[in-house]
Design a protein around this ligand. Structure first.
Ligand code: ATP
Ligand code: MG
Length: 312
């Protein structure tokens, strides 16, 4: 089973580019979301047995997510419903240059109460691969719970992937930095986007950072490069795969779907180039629709996109 742990939230999007939250404006959503939730839905769509450890409130935002996860065949047995907390949310706005700003309700939401309880332990016992998102390391409490999960899955011989998924809004949270460095010690597959690779290292260049991380024991590094596709590095391999041309409707979810497709294909035993190609295709489909989960495709959709393009 592929398992992840972290925030389930709703995304509420400003409709127009340049629209801020200092005055009323049209909003789209709520969309089901949260980086771990998006990741696990993509894994399930590709046929993996998939589950998530999380917590939502007993409110519409929570139920919208739980229903969606259920429909997508994600095991929600370890999603706790906390009657005393409100489901997490993220309001997203887009700058004229395409950059995004997030207004999170996370730390004091139901997601802030995620804990390794009996249901989570039962799921962790069946875990073959565990995926962590840096965005989930938003409090000391979560980091502590995450450490418990890591110890349990490591003891069972599961592999571990880590996507730092840093939002600039989150770097203000001091816990995050400490959490990032700690997580790397457990990481088999590290999946940063572009310059994020420098964050947990002392390196000044990407190549130096790659070497530092491989020396640390990370087995594979997959760098997401947005419209430029992605690159793969291990001790005995290094290659780039270009992105698929696609009309971008909303960048939310690209990295999460990319990582899920890579991990799922890897567990199916595909060769690395094929894994990265499917990951690029999943990222491209993710950005083709508004809302983090709305563009997610299964193998049929990914194969169709690959067949439409001229890429080998
Ligand atoms: P996120 O913003 O979801 O955290 P990320 O920054 O982690 O995403 P990106 O590099 O933006 O990751 O996107 C992940 C992958 O999705 C890219 O490596 C690429 O394959 C694909 N992708 C993203 N944006 C586009 C695009 N505009 N056109 C084609 N492919 C894209
Ligand atoms: Mg991006």
């Amino acid at each position: 089973m592929i398992l992840t742990m972290g925030e389930i939230l709703v995304d509420i999007l400003a409709e127009e580019r340049g629209q801020g939250f200092l005055e009323p404006g049209r909003l789209l959503g709520p969309f089901p979301g949260g980086a771990p939730a998006t990741f696990i839905v993509q894994a399930a769509r590709l046929g993996a047995r998939a589950g998530i450890i999380s917590c939502v409130g007993d409110d519409d935002f929570g139920w919208l997510n739980v229903e969606r996860l259920r429909r997508e065949n994600v095991d929600v047995g370890a999603v706790r419903i906390d009657p005393d907390q409100v489901t997490a949310s993220a309001f997203v706005r887009y700058r004229e240059d395409g950059d995004r700003d997030f207004l999170f309700n996370l730390k004091r939401s139901a997601a802030g109460r995620i804990a390794i309880d009996g249901a989570a332990r039962a799921m962790l016992a069946e875990c073959a691969h565990f995926h962590i998102m840096g965005s989930s390391l938003f409090s000391f409490h979560i980091i502590d719970e995450m450490k418990k999960a890591l110890e349990l899955v490591r003891a069972n011989g599961a592999t571990i992937s880590f996507d730092p998924n840093i939002r600039k809004e989150m770097l203000r949270i001091p816990e995050m930095r400490a959490g990032l460095e700690f997580m790397l010690g457990y990481t088999d597959i590290f999946m940063p986007s572009g310059p994020e690779i420098l964050l947990p290292t002392d390196a000044k260049s990407e190549r130096a950072a790659i070497d530092e991380l491989l020396d640390l024991g990370v087995r594979m590094i997959v760098i997401k490069r947005n419209r430029k596709g992605a690159s793969f590095y291990s001790n005995d391999d290094a290659f780039d795969v270009p992105a698929f041309p696609i009309e971008e409707a909303d960048p939310t979810g690209a990295g999460d779907c990319f990582s899920a497709a890579f991990v799922t294909c890897l567990l199916k035993g595909m060769d690395m180039r094929r894994c990265v190609t499917y990951a690029n295709a999943a990222g491209a489909l993710a950005v083709s629709r508004k809302g983090g989960m709305e563009g997610i495709g299964g193998f049929a959709a990914l194969d169709a996109l690959i067949a439409r393009s001229d890429l080998p």
